[in-house]
Ligand binder design. Structure first.
Ligand code: KG4
Ligand code: ZN
Length: 352
């Protein structure tokens, strides 16, 4: 089986071809980081225009690198949500055109499902497993029970974790995206220097909140001598920030693991996915926390954690195997929770 995947939900324009065996035949990602960097975040209008400009060329390259013609494909998968509507429409419409012309099945992929199924790409991992999805747009615990069967255990009430990294970095004068910048600076920092809050820790349930932590970072910076703050202070604050985040993740994981074990019995795997899962410090802390709660940590390769089209193509493979295809009039959905039963979270900026 051969599936072409297209990803345009945020600021990466991406095309990839993946085999049913899990072999990635091509995986091309064009980041728009430079275009958005001056604004300290993604500008939807600029993102949509970038996708229009580059997507056709990337698809042709992905097909050429895979040494394939469109007629060789078994399906075309594109992210149909959640995400920025302009970008989603560019990718989905392109996929529809290819599917219509070459008479191929279309698979409208939920971007969260693409992250959720990534650990099964190129390695064997059986259902069910517990997923912690931590990215720029999302922060949630899900029980992944089968293709198309997800139960959300908790989500963020305000910022996504990647967003918290990006905003904290901006306050400290670090470049966008903030996650890698904070991770780098934290390496030489003292995590015990600043006593930052651990929002939601000790509370029941698996929900997150990061606005209090963000406010504490802002207040700490205001109280520091020097503007911009000195490199030493920034390093210590970054390390203290990451330690607070890791403590929150561990606390919430305790509750998520209990829910997972209650539903599926002891043991099992914790999968971390999404851009923030590329953070080495958090991976180490999560591996230790997972072991404490009787779970083995599975982390996809960092290049598959951040947004790319191989994970969309793979979700296409998994859905196609189940016979889940979509009509050519399927619509893009800026909001699209994986678990239809999950109640909407309170707060602004939460996409699903
Ligand atoms: O999954 P992703 O590429 O896009 C979304 O779907 O959101 O995640 C991007 C987010 C950004 O907020 C970025 O700051 C964060 O992931 N990120 C990191 C690291 N690398 C990327 N956060 C912490 N540490 C990192 N090393
Ligand atoms: Zn993503």
């Amino acid at each position: 089986m051969l599936v072409l995947g297209i990803e345009t939900s945020c600021d990466e324009t991406a095309a990839a071809v993946v085999e049913g065996s899990g072999r990635v035949r091509s995986n091309i990602v064009l980041s728009q980081l430079d275009e958005h960097r001056p604004y300290g975040g993604v500008v939807p209008e600029i993102a949509a225009r970038g996708h229009v400009l580059h997507l056709d060329r990337l698809i042709i390259r992905a097909m050429a690198e895979a040494s394939l013609d469109f007629a060789d494909l078994d399906g075309v998968a594109a992210t149909a949500g959640p995400g920025l509507i302009g970008g989603l429409m560019v990718g989905l419409t392109t996929a529809k055109a290819i599917a219509a012309v070459h008479e191929l099945p279309l698979i409208a992929v939920n971007h969260l499902e693409a992250h959720a199924l990534t650990p099964r790409l190129g390695q064997s991992l059986a259902f069910p497993y517990l997923l912690l999805l931590i990215s720029g747009g999302h922060c949630q615990f899900l029980m992944v029970e089968d293709v198309g069967a997800y139960r959300r255990l908790g989500t963020t009430l305000d910022d996504a974790l990647g967003e918290a990294f990006d905003k904290a970095a901006r306050m400290m004068g670090l470049p966008y995206p903030g996650g890698p910048a904070i991770e780098d600076a934290a390496r030489s920092g003292d995590a015990d220097r600043f006593d930052l809050p651990r929002p939601m820790a000790g509370r029941p349930g698996c929900d997150f909140s990061f606005s209090g932590l963000k406010t504490a970072v802002r207040k700490t910076i205001t109280d520091l001598p020097g503007s911009p703050p000195r490199a030493r202070d920034v390093a210590d604050l970054c390390a203290s920030f990451q330690a607070a985040v890791a403590d929150v993740l561990e606390d919430r994981l305790g509750h998520a693991a209990a829910a997972f074990h209650g539903a599926h019995g002891r043991g099992g795997a914790l999968v971390v996915a999404g851009g923030v899962a590329a953070n080495r410090y958090l991976r180490q802390r999560l591996a230790a926390s997972a072991a404490r709660f009787d779970l083995g940590l599975v982390a996809p390769a960092p290049a598959l954690c951040t947004d790319n089209a191989a994970i969309v193509a793979w979700a296409g493979v998994e859905r196609l195997r189940h016979g889940f295809t979509d009509p050519l009039d399927v619509a893009a959905r800026p909001r699209w929770p994986l678990d239809p039963e999950a109640k909407p979270a309170i707060g602004a900026g939460v996409k699903a």
